[in-house]
Design a binder for this molecule. Structure first.
Ligand code: PRT
Ligand code: ZN
Length: 297
């Protein structure tokens, strides 16, 4: 960590697709923040962790220079900057965060004669991700011209600037609206937690590890439900078989009711009404499904 600082800094997108979800994740990891007057900082009130709110494109640079120890950023942005400056020490991806999912894809105009990857040879491809595209083209053994555009990449073919584009796609609606369709996926991306190559002191490493574990705990609760029920002891084998359980269920005795048990099970797949009705048919009662907010293994 920066020698003049004993607080960890985490860079998060200020306003954009990843902003709210990133802050929400940090809150679920237990951080309580107070906004600074200029709205560039969020001061951590209960832990020595502050949030720096910036443009997503600035996050890899802040990590490289060590102004921030951690960042939440799209893998597409992180990898683009790593490939664009191979001589610099690069931030490392600590873990994927399960939101901001998209793919970097090459798309061509509907009705285009380009139907295979090899057809791209010698053509012009417009993109905001020149380093990722160049790396992919090199791996494919294709030589093409890369036209760098910083926005509205999808209109480049209509303007005659390029034969194809290489851009982020999530639903595909933007491509369809511009009479384009996907030819091939160049990379899959999502928001990731990234760490500065300069964050190396023992104290920093320990703080980062603590935050990483907390974020992991908040994420591992996603989609996990706790099923609670009571049932005759004799019905347990049938009930257990029916459960989409993640671990072995806990079975508890009930005071004064030796024939019955209470059961708790963590389930990762959806527990719909049909599941509950089937469990009831097997003798279960008092069924309850609860959201799991966080878990620590
Ligand atoms: O202002 P700042 O520089 O911080 O934000 P930004 O405008 O550069 O980024 P922003 O907020 O648009 O995206 C932040 C990150 O979200 C990206 O770096 C990706 O990691 C991730 N992400 C996920 C996406 C998309 N999905 C996405 N669909 N980023 C952009 N798009 C765009 C895409 O470029 C295209 O224009 O959405 C359009 C396509 O969407 P569909 O749904 O029509 O296919
Ligand atoms: Zn950006």
């Amino acid at each position: 960590m920066n020698e003049n600082r004993d607080r960890l800094r985490i860079a998060v997108q200020k306003s954009g697709r990843l902003s709210e979800v990133s802050l929400d994740l940090l809150r679920r990891a237990g951080l309580v923040f107070r906004a600074s007057r200029d709205r560039l900082f969020l001061y951590g009130e209960n832990l020595p962790v502050d949030v720096l709110l910036v443009r997503d494109d600035d996050i890899p640079g802040l990590l490289v220079e060590g102004s921030c120890e951690l960042g939440i950023v799209g893998r597409n942005v992180l990898d683009e900057q790593r490939l664009a400056a191979p001589e610099q020490p690069a931030p490392a991806e600590v873990r994927a965060l399960g939101f901001g999912g998209c793919r970097l894809a090459i798309a061509v105009p509907d009705g285009s004669a380009i139907t295979a990857v090899s057809d791209l040879a010698g053509l012009r491809i417009a993109t905001s991700y020149p380093a990722l595209l160049a790396d992919w083209l090199r791996q494919q053994g294709i030589t093409a011209e890369i036209v760098v555009l910083n926005g509205s990449v999808e209109i480049a073919p209509r303007l005659g600037k390029a034969h194809a584009i290489c851009d982020l796609v999530s639903s595909g609606a933007t491509l369809a609206a511009n009479q384009l369709h996907e030819l091939v996926t160049v990379m899959r991306s999502e928001a990731v937690l990234a760490v500065s190559p300069r964050a190396q002191t023992a104290a920093t490493t320990a703080q980062i590890e603590r935050l990483r574990a907390r974020i992991g705990g908040a994420l591992s609760g996603d989609g996990v439900r706790l099923l609670m029920l009571q049932a005759p002891r004799s019905a347990l084998p049938a009930i257990t078989q029916l459960l989409p359980a993640r671990d072995v269920p806990s079975v508890l005795s009930l005071d004064g009711r030796p024939e019955d048990v209470a059961m708790q099970a963590l389930c990762t797949t959806a527990l719909d009404w049909q599941h509950l009705e089937e469990l009831k048919r097997l003798g279960a009662h008092g069924l309850m499904v609860l959201n799991v907010e966080r878990m620590l293994a």
